[in-house]
Design a protein around this ligand. Sequence first.
Ligand SMILES: Nc1ncnc2c1ncn2[C@@H]1O[C@H](COP(=O)(O)OP(=O)(O)OP(=O)(O)O)[C@@H](O)[C@H]1O
Ligand SMILES: [Mg+2]
Length: 428
Amino acid sequence: MVMCFEDPDNIYSSKKAKKDQDGGVITKQKSFLRLSILDISNPSSTTLSEDLSISLAGSDLHEFTLAELKVITQSFSSNNFLGEGGFGPVHKGFIDDRLRPGLKAQPVAVKLLDLDGLQGHREWLTEVVFLGQLKHPNLVKLIGYCCEDEHRLLVYEFMPRGSLESQLFRRYSVSLPWSTRMKIAHGAAKGLQFLHEAEKPVIYRDFKASNILLDSDYTAKLSDFGLAKDGPEGDETHVSTRVMGTQGYAAPEYIMTGHLTAKSDVYSFGVVLLELLTGRRSVNKKRATREQNLVDWARPMLNEPRKLGRIMDPRLEGQFSESGARKAAALAYQCLSYRPKNRPCISTVVSILQDIKAYNDDIPIGTFTYTVSSSPATPSPGVRLTSLQNTRNHYNSRSPAHTARNHRLNLRNQLNSPMRNEAGGERY
Ligand SMILES: Nc1ncnc2c1ncn2[C@@H]1O[C@H](COP(=O)(O)OP(=O)(O)OP(=O)(O)O)[C@@H](O)[C@H]1O
Ligand SMILES: [Mg+2]
């Protein structure tokens, strides 16, 4: 297998100074490829709705009015509340096929900028500009936007299973099976690969469990491009930025120097892979001091197959492929390397995960195999039993009634409750 690592001499020695809009001096890029945020307008301008619709013509984004989005979400009713992050609250809505020619009837998620929050027009614009042009099965689809007076909204395809964060860490959620975890890791890595290998590469900068949304069949889709940056161009090796991101996920060298490379995303990927293996959050202040930072705690055990059992998620109840887990742990170890040049590039990550997905032979016998319904309309979590040789539930050994109750609670939590990172997740 081809492993691609960057030229060590090139990592931090940018030959051409360039600061982005965070830093001041801006070198406008000469490119006929994807538009960058700087090509659209002055990011501090607030009157660019018209500008935007001209610049993004052909991107198939729809411009909505605030009144339309109020109808769609039943006036942002609390019954439709999905969660809230740094940008503002997110509500479920439903578009019917009479709203716009060519726009099919579908559920959507509407994100409303909190005018008193820390994010603002710049993050909204970055999201519209990047997601308006980048299309891939592992990126969430942006359907449209609203820019009216000071109001800024974003309209996305609705992701029925919410975020990986909610699926992995919420108290009442059923545990994700091993094969689903690896499917999610693989899908999310493919999303990153698409960004890193685009003709005009993008560094995502905010890779974390809450930004990985899940479709009904657990296809992972990256969301939240508010912090995304155009990657270095020509002979530049990094982009210099103000340090932004989420504690516990950002690469150490990026925090220390502000130098951003695709390898910063690979580090964050390693953190999420570790979360998938351990079922623990990247930062949890409620744990004993030496276990609060997941990477610090787990790293020494990742490359020691005999110690792996100590860190694997107990909620898996041992139902995972040992060889797959060893390979995934070794991959996480590489991604979390202190030295960016020792981290694999994302295409290597994708192909290793592709291999791991095929390791199912040594999953302990005595388990059910679940397949997942792909119908978004399915109201239950949609897990279907395909093997009836055994009586033990793959998720847990509780009664069907108990499991059904968990399913209902899980669904209700996904749809209704306020969602903030319960532990950790502080922004830089
Ligand atoms: N397209 C979507 N479909 C379904 N639910 C969504 C969608 N987009 C967001 N959500 C829900 O809204 C919640 C808040 O999302 P948001 O991206 O605003 O914040 P966050 O990722 O939790 O935090 P942060 O601001 O740090 O990124 C998500 O956790 C998710 O459950
Ligand atoms: Mg998010």
